[in-house]
Design a binder for this molecule. Structure first.
Ligand code: PLP
Length: 393
């Protein structure tokens, strides 16, 4: 048989998160108690009012295809939310497209806008699919290292130095996965100026825009001067409303870009789940107390783990958003895979090796606190044991 795998797919690895999860599940099946710090989704159920709205829609027969752009009632509610929370005034008939999660929105944008020869600026470390999707689109990822000293935000000089005449698009993920940090307004304004000066597009992945702490405010780069016409903004219901399995997100872009991107979405997905969209409508228009309760609980876990790691003398940026910590484990002289494996095998704590998110993520672990407070306590205790054993030699 011929080798049917094209060269572009040979460059796309399986994600290591899956490998960690499989191993953790195997250990659990053998009777071990595993602390799950590897999972990137809230551990809360979807709020009841949202589930009820989707059930009602099902009972009322909302089971047909919806418009490729999504149910107009949901798009209108999204437009209202974008104006209120993101300072974006958007035409819901042409500039919003509901997608199968934020992930499909990112994929549709990259597949529709990129071609061979294009270069895409991607933070290192960053969310794993950016690089894979860029490669599948046959464009070239150009990695811009993020510096811990800079709060894991772009060093704008390094970023500008990476721009060439082939650079078409920058992927911006703030608040960031895997680091839990976010760019401040001044840096975003400077970044916007660079994008305008070099005439490049921005794909702004804002999946965590509402999972914020310490009074931080999220700013959508599309709302800054000169940016609306060159920005594709992606937001999602997954993390904000604990709706990861529903697969509902959306993409916001000026009509000129939307008419390009909608054709990728139309061809691949047609539309997001029609009755699920009515659940999403309730998420936006119904009571928000479950969201506030979830954020308060995340905050409790964040402070427990952040302070705990600090007490152990493990360097770690204070997370400002999302539900991740990205501690530096360089002291132990092991690569992040070996360290994560040791932590899982011997101490029963599953984490994601930092190198999974890019070369520059080496010597780090991603710890997700989307698991119960009690498990966070247990996980911290086990990490303390591991650190103490390693320091004793
Ligand atoms: C930064 C980031 N963007 C996008 C997604 C995709 O989310 P969804 O497709 O569930 O909206 C994730 C999921 O983990 C993420 O971390």
């Amino acid at each position: 048989m011929r080798d049917f795998e094209p060269a572009k797919m040979k460059r796309v690895p399986f994600t290591g998160i899956r490998r960690v999860l499989e191993k953790a599940n195997k250990l659990e099946a053998e009777g071990r108690k595993i602390v799950h710090f590897e999972v990137g989704q809230p551990d809360f159920d979807t709020p009841a009012n949202i589930k009820e709205a989707a059930k009602k829609a099902l009972d009322q027969g909302v089971t047909a295809y919806s418009s490729n752009y999504g149910d107009i009632r949901l798009r209108r509610a999204i437009a209202e939310k974008l104006e209120r929370m993101n300072h974006l005034k958007v035409d819901p008939t042409k500039e919003i497209m509901v997608t199968c999660g934020g992930e499909e929105a990112v994929a549709a944008a990259l597949f529709a806008l990129l071609e061979k020869g294009d270069e895409v600026l991607i933070a290192d470390p960053s969310y794993i699919p950016y690089s894979s999707l860029t490669k599948i689109a046959e464009a070239e990822p150009v990695y811009v290292p993020l510096d811990e000293k800079n709060g894991y935000c772009f060093d704008l000089e390094k970023l500008e130095a990476a721009i060439t005449n082939k650079t078409k698009l920058l992927i911006l993920c703030t608040p960031g996965n895997p680091t839990g940090t976010m760019m401040d307004e001044e840096s975003l304004r400077k970044l916007a100026e660079i994008c305008c000066r070099h005439d490049i597009l921005v794909l702004a992945d804002e999946a965590y825009e509402q999972v914020l702490y310490d009074g931080n405010k999220h700013i959508s780069i599309a709302s800054l001067p000169g940016m609306w016409e060159r920005t594709i903004t992606v937001q999602s219901f997954s993390k904000t409303y604990s709706m990861c399995g529903w697969r509902i997100g959306y993409l916001v872009a000026p009509a000129e870009l939307m008419r390009i991107v909608v054709r990728a979405h139309q061809t691949v997905a047609m539309n997001a789940c029609s009755f699920g969209q009515l659940g999403a409508l309730e998420a936006l228009t119904g009571p928000q107390d479950s969201l506030y309760a979830m954020l308060a609980e995340f905050d409790r876990r964040r402070l427990l783990l952040y302070n705990g790691l600090k007490e152990l003398g493990i360097p770690c940026s204070r997370p400002q958003a999302a539900f991740y910590l990205f501690p530096d484990i360089g002291e132990f002289g092991m690569d992040s895979f070996t360290f994560a494996e040791l932590l899982l095998d011997k101490y029963g704590v599953a984490t994601v090796p930092g190198v999974e998110f890019g070369k520059n993520g080496e010597n780090h672990l991603r710890i997700s606190y989307a698991t119960s407070f009690e498990d966070c306590q247990m996980g911290l205790h086990r990490i303390a044991q591991c650190v103490s054993d390693l320091r004793k030699g």
